[in-house]
Design a protein around this ligand. Structure first.
Ligand code: SF4
Length: 399
């Protein structure tokens, strides 16, 4: 597995595969063609079908500025090596001087078809939860301590920075109001949720409202193209921070303790990324929101000091009950259902931990098996339900 740093990327929304990944590909291509005077990028598959709504063309043109870049959306070609494929051409005085085919594989990660240049080093030898858990048990260490053994010396510092960025995205989202860009006239609701206290509100209702307002805050910042942290993707970026910030405020956990939980979530996300998928275009929303929910459940279980078995069960429950979830955002914008879905998944992560803490010794399904099942399910989901905005919710005429 790659470094957990590759999972938590700080960047602008609204989509890790449609904005952060393509932007990175263009910047690398521009740097290797610094003498070129014109660029052309063709988007295929899901990038072509929902790229407009996600603002992929705008991000690409900004990446190549001040050089001009033409962006073409090719929705005709269907036989593709990856559902998020880009072709890049560099020109000098009208002649093609370089070309590349790049796949945006989810979570902002990219792969150049013919080059190893930005493929990240696999630094984790153990890629299955069962193997990592056995190692941790043998050494009597927590999951996050295993990550610290593998990652470099700057890792914990980077993760503190990630946590700071997550908190800032919640803070900015709560301070924001008005409507989201894109034309759907979707109201920003985080601030309203945060401040709408009922007169006789129970502690449970307040908890739900707070957690949901934090998840909305990040989702709305993402939809506005503001800075967020992929966890594991832009569209699902609100789940993990919402759960963790609420618990930090409630129990006064230190930032260091929260980072230990974030690292635990990172191990879970990394296992899914390696053995399953975190890409909506590849496996539907189960791979984005389902993965985020599993990460948040594992993080919360770590915060509560639960055993490895309970952490595994909580993460397994979270994935299991997102199996088959489709990705069909209206107009290709990461707004409906994405933002609300972050809030629902945050609550579900809390429920998963609660169930796991009571029922852990009745568990029948391993985390590794559910990740495999999620990938198989994702492959069987019809393409039109995998970030193309051609089916399901995307067909509803909203008022
Ligand atoms: S529906 Fe889910 S996978 Fe699709 S863009 Fe929204 S959050 Fe991402």
């Amino acid at each position: 597995m790659e470094s957990i740093k590759e999972l938590y990327k700080i960047g602008r929304g609204p989509s890790s595969s449609h904005t952060i990944g393509p932007e990175k590909a263009c910047l690398v291509f521009k740097e290797r063609n610094s003498d070129a005077d014109f660029f052309k990028v063709t988007l295929y598959g899901s990038l072509a079908k929902t790229g407009k709504g996600h603002g992929t063309d705008v991000v690409i043109q900004k990446a190549f500025a001040p050089c001009n870049c033409e962006v073409e959306f090719n929705c005709v070609e269907t036989v593709l090596p990856h559902p998020n494929t880009l072709e890049l051409l560099a020109f000098t005085e009208g002649e093609v001087v370089d070309s590349a085919r790049v796949f945006s594989i989810g979570g902002g990660s990219i792969v150049f078809e013919d080059s190893e240049e930005i493929q990240k080093e696999k630094i984790y030898n153990l890629c299955k939860f069962a193997d990592i858990a056995a190692y941790c048990e043998q050494k009597s260490i927590r999951l996050w301590e295993y990550a610290l053994e593998v990652e470099d010396d700057d890792f914990f510092k980077y993760m503190l920075y990630v946590w700071e960025a997550m908190k800032n995205s919640i803070k900015s989202g709560l301070a924001d109001s008005g409507t989201l860009p894109g034309g759907l006239e979707v109201q920003k609701k985080a601030q309203y949720l945060f401040s709408s206290q009922h007169i006789d509100e129970s502690a449970e209702t307040r908890e739900h409202r707070m957690v949901c307002s934090y998840a909305f805050a990040v989702g709305e910042q993402n939809a506005s193209g503001e800075r967020i942290v992929t966890a594991p993707t832009c569209g699902a970026a609100g789940v993990v921070p919402a759960v963790l910030l609420y618990q930090q405020e409630k129990h006064r956990f230190s930032d260091e303790r929260i980072v230990q939980a974030l690292i635990t979530a990172g191990i879970i996300g990394n296992i899914i990324k390696t053995n399953g998928s975190i890409s909506g275009a590849e496996c539907g929303c189960q791979a984005e929101i389902g993965s985020a929910c599993a990460m948040a459940a594992a993080a919360l279980a770590e915060l509560f000091g639960l055993s490895l078995d309970k952490i595994e069960y909580a993460a397994e429950i979270a994935i299991e009950h997102h199996l088959g979830l489709t990705c069909d955002p209206i107009c290709g914008l990461v707004q409906i259902p994405c933002i609300e879905r972050n809030a629902v998944a945050a609550m579900r992560a809390i429920n998963a931990v609660s169930l796991a803490s009571f029922l852990w010794n009745t568990r029948k399904i391993s985390f590794d098996s559910i990740v495999k099942t999620m990938k198989e399910t994702g492959r069987d989901i019809h393409t039109s339900y995998k970030e193309t905005s051609e089916a399901g919710l995307a067909k509803i005429n909203i008022q």
